[in-house]
Design a protein around this ligand. Structure first.
Ligand code: COS
Length: 401
């Protein structure tokens, strides 16, 4: 059987979504710049990052140097002050080349959001410049082994002792937990309080004595992104690192996810677009029965459905970003809607991309099997698709008639 071209060269075929009239000139310029960077510098590294399962420190430095990690942060503390849609455009463009690299920006935003939403000026001044410059990475530590979807069930404790809190417990499934300098940790400060009032949020510096990474997970996809189990063995944190008031933690976690889930939707749209670009290029080249397989209507149908799913998810994502940014009262619903639709689109589109490539799609010579493995996580993290449905349905049922 003749090999249909070099598999790896498809990694460089991050083409692009069509231009969109709804974007501002600034948004379009940032999207195009990140897209070029993704095509030239990120895509050539994607297969090796997946194979080695090593965090791409070189690409973290690149994103920092290019100011991309500064996008979500206010200008007065060294960031670029980008709106949510712009951050998502950057995550989307990076993820079309490499989902692990797109996640560097998404997790930076997720880990920092509790600080950005509830931090005092003093706290912002202390922590944001390092994050905005990309010198420091942030992580978000809510989930525990027995508290995933039921986030209020966490057991990690924070006990006040003079001017410090002493944190003890363990966190699991923490993206960037082993490479972050700052981790936002959610812990129980008042075990007697109502389950949604027991929890508080703290910025923990990972250099603190008692903090350790107890294990790294071996994963199906996003393999270059370290997912860590964290141990807190009487970690002393200054009381000045408490975000908001004691008992605000659960609501702060929910408000964070309202704003961070679009980042995962953007990652999903990027993965879907990357897979569609490869599949369309392949269908134009691969010949069977004397013609390009793209000339067969069954293949055309696959490509058209992939495009429709990707574009529909993208448009919903952009609308959700605009709604959340304008302070829509049902921001949580918009956030859940876009992650639900985009995550499912990414899974379907990448699966179809493997189908278009046939047996070659199943080989790691081509990027689509990696994209299919990477897509799966977008249906799981930052709330499973079932949790997104629960959030959407609760918002509908809470509407006044
Ligand atoms: N913004 C502000 N407050 C919110 C909120 C939001 N988006 N969502 C809920 N709250 C408030 C509610 O208003 C409620 O307050 P009152 O007690 O004053 O009425 C309180 O928080 C509890 O809300 P709820 O009853 O909905 O909490 P549940 O324990 O039922 O949990 C879900 C709700 C399931 C939505 C939540 O636990 C969740 O999102 N789970 C998934 C967690 C997740 O995504 N984990 C991934 C971690 S990051 S990889």
């Amino acid at each position: 059987m003749r090999r249909p071209g070099c598999g790896r060269c498809y990694d460089r075929r991050v083409v692009a979504a069509p231009a969109l009239g709804r974007l501002t000139d600034d948004q379009r310029a940032i999207r195009d710049a990140v897209r070029t960077l993704a095509r030239e510098r990120v895509a050539p590294r994607a297969a090796e990052i997946d194979r080695s399962a090593e965090f791409p420190e070189d690409l973290r430095v690149l994103l920092a140097e290019q100011g991309i990690l500064g996008l979500p942060f206010p200008e007065r503390h060294g960031g670029l002050g980008a709106d949510l849609l712009t951050v998502c455009l950057a995550i989307e463009a990076l993820s079309a080349a490499c989902a692990t690299t797109g996640l560097i920006l998404a997790v930076q935003e997720l880990g920092a959001l509790p600080l950005l939403l509830a931090g005092s000026e003093e706290q912002l001044g202390r922590f944001v410049p390092g994050l905005a410059s990309g010198r420091d990475l942030a992580a978000f530590a809510l989930t525990e082994a027995d508290a995933g979807s039921d986030a209020a069930a966490i057991r990690t404790r924070a006990v006040r002792d003079g001017e410090t809190y002493v944190i003890s417990g363990a966190k699991r499934f923490i993206s960037h937990g082993s490479v972050a300098s700052l981790v936002t940790v959610f812990a129980v400060t008042d075990p007697e309080a109502d389950r949604h009032r027991r929890i508080s949020a703290f910025v923990v510096e990972t250099a603190s004595p008692g903090f350790s990474v107890s294990r790294l997970e071996h994963k199906m996809g996003i393999r270059g992104s370290p997912t860590a189990e964290l141990a807190f063995d009487d970690v002393r944190v200054p009381a000045a690192n408490l975000l908001g008031a004691e008992g605000d933690g659960f609501r702060l976690a929910m408000r964070t996810l309202d704003r961070s889930r679009p980042g995962i939707a953007a990652q999903a749209v990027g993965i879907a677009q990357g897979a569609l670009d490869v599949a369309a290029a392949y269908a134009g080249q691969r010949r069977q029965f004397g013609k390009a397989i793209g000339e067969f209507q069954l293949v055309q149908g696959l490509l058209a459905d992939m495009d429709a799913r990707t574009e529909a998810a993208r448009q919903l994502l952009y609308t959700a970003c605009e709604e959340i940014e304008r302070g829509a009262p049902d921001a949580g619903r918009w956030s859940a809607l876009c992650k639900l639709v985009a995550g499912d689109a990414a899974m379907a589109v990448t699966t179809d991309a493997v189908q278009v490539l046939g047996g070659y799609g199943y080989l790691d010579d081509f990027p689509v099997e990696r994209m299919m493995r990477d897509a799966k996580i977008t249906q799981l993290y930052e709330g499973t698709q079932q949790i997104q449905r629960l959030v959407i349905a609760r918002a509908l049922l809470a509407r006044k008639p």
